[in-house]
Design a protein around this ligand. Sequence first.
Ligand SMILES: O=C(O)CCC(=O)C(=O)O
Ligand SMILES: [Fe+2]
Length: 255
Amino acid sequence: MGSSFSNVINHGIECDLLDELRENTRQFFKLPVEEKQNYARGPNEIEGYGNDMVLYQNQTLDWTDRIYLLVHPEDNRKLHYWPRNPKSFRALGLSEDSFLNQYGDKPTMYTRFNFYPSCPKPDLVQGLKPHSDGSAITILLPDEEVEGLQFLIDDQWVRIRINPHALLVNVGNQMEMMSTGILKSPIHRVTTNTDKERISVAMFCAPGTAEDVGPVEELINDTRPRLYKTVKDYPAIYFKYYQLGKRPIEAVKLY
Ligand SMILES: O=C(O)CCC(=O)C(=O)O
Ligand SMILES: [Fe+2]
């Protein structure tokens, strides 16, 4: 089976709401740095405003600015990281259960708002380095006008064309693990533009970190082996490997 992602068009979410989400994302990144810094990621935190944590010398950095928020479970939200400005940010459809209400007992959903400034040297630096997502499923709302997202398919980078009304659904590492490789989490990256900035909003959905995540027993048989370990808190493994430039899913492969 090839890489697993698809553009979903009839998703039932109002286009106006998606446009509003993009508009709020743009407005947030246009705020003065001092105001955005009010939501700055604390040391050793993954949530908040800012770029990658720098953990290693020679770590590849991305040409992007972002804010990353835990949305589910609701009780664990850290609201001091949630922008007060633009005003409607906190009230957005994000706070509804539209994506996750059938997703187990205590699933997690993080939302990452990405801003890629125009870049004078797009051949030297990427907006987001090649990776596959650590989620089970990612729902991505890309920029409605500026391209940049590319998937690695058969060793070729394939660009995703703009479809302003589509949500892109992407399989993450945890779905690859649970499906024992039937669904593969594709490698993707974001390129930059010399004269255009770009935004996107990525919602990462996954089982709760206290859950055991690994191949579903019913899928294992003589021809389909158990390819992955069963682990708790895969995101912790993911973050450690990712910034080293290694493929995190390698850490949980059995062979
Ligand atoms: O900006 C995009 O289109 C993709 C973002 C992405 O891959 C991510 O945040 O993991
Ligand atoms: Fe991604």
